[in-house]
Design a binder for this molecule. Structure first.
Ligand code: ZN
Length: 166
């Protein structure tokens, strides 16, 4: 078993507390990962989705996980389960310090995520207090205008990495 933290770094312009929170319609945040097989090291071409509320039974086990995936090359079955309580909002201070902070933690058995697609479901707060929801980071950046403070707001140069933790 490997515990992996998904960490992000970004340049925040007049916003703080960037979070992978889900949509304003109440939908949960979904992580999209390319998956590497621990058996044969092949990496999937398509992204697999991992959502906290979506649980799948693990074959030959009484447990469940948020992703149960069989390698199409070597048939090895692996699982990924979200570990709650390990993520932090990404703040202006983190941005200024060019720091990576965790937005998710995953218990990985037999498979590992190797690439993360940012997509939708991000929220952030303007320094004026305005809240932005349903932020789409598919393009790796986002910008808006904060009418309350009459400043432009933005999220730029988002980077991510996976870090082994315990
Ligand atoms: Zn494999």
């Amino acid at each position: 078993m490997v515990l992996l933290l998904l960490q992000i770094k970004a340049e925040l312009e007049n916003v703080t507390n960037l979070e992978a929170k889900g949509g304003s319609d109440g939908s949960e945040f979904t992580f999209f990962f390319k998956i590497k097989c621990g058996g044969c090291s092949s990496v999937t071409e398509k992204y697999s989705s991992v959502t906290a509320s979506e649980l799948y039974d693990i074959p030959k086990s009484r447990g469940s996980a948020n992703l149960v995936q069989k390698c199409k090359f070597c048939d090895k079955v692996g699982t990924i389960a979200i570990v709650e309580g390990r993520s932090k909002p990404y703040t202006t201070e983190d941005s200024e310090a060019r720091k990576f902070t965790p937005i998710g933690c995953f218990d990985c058995r037999g498979i590992e995520p190797v690439d993360f697609s940012l997509r939708e479901g991000w929220t952030a707060e303007a320094t004026s207090g305005a809240k932005f929801v349903d932020i789409d980071l598919s393009e790796g950046e986002w910008s808006e205008y904060d009418e309350k403070a009459s400043v432009s707001v933005g999220i730029l140069n988002v980077e991510h990495k996976f870090v082994v933790t315990r």
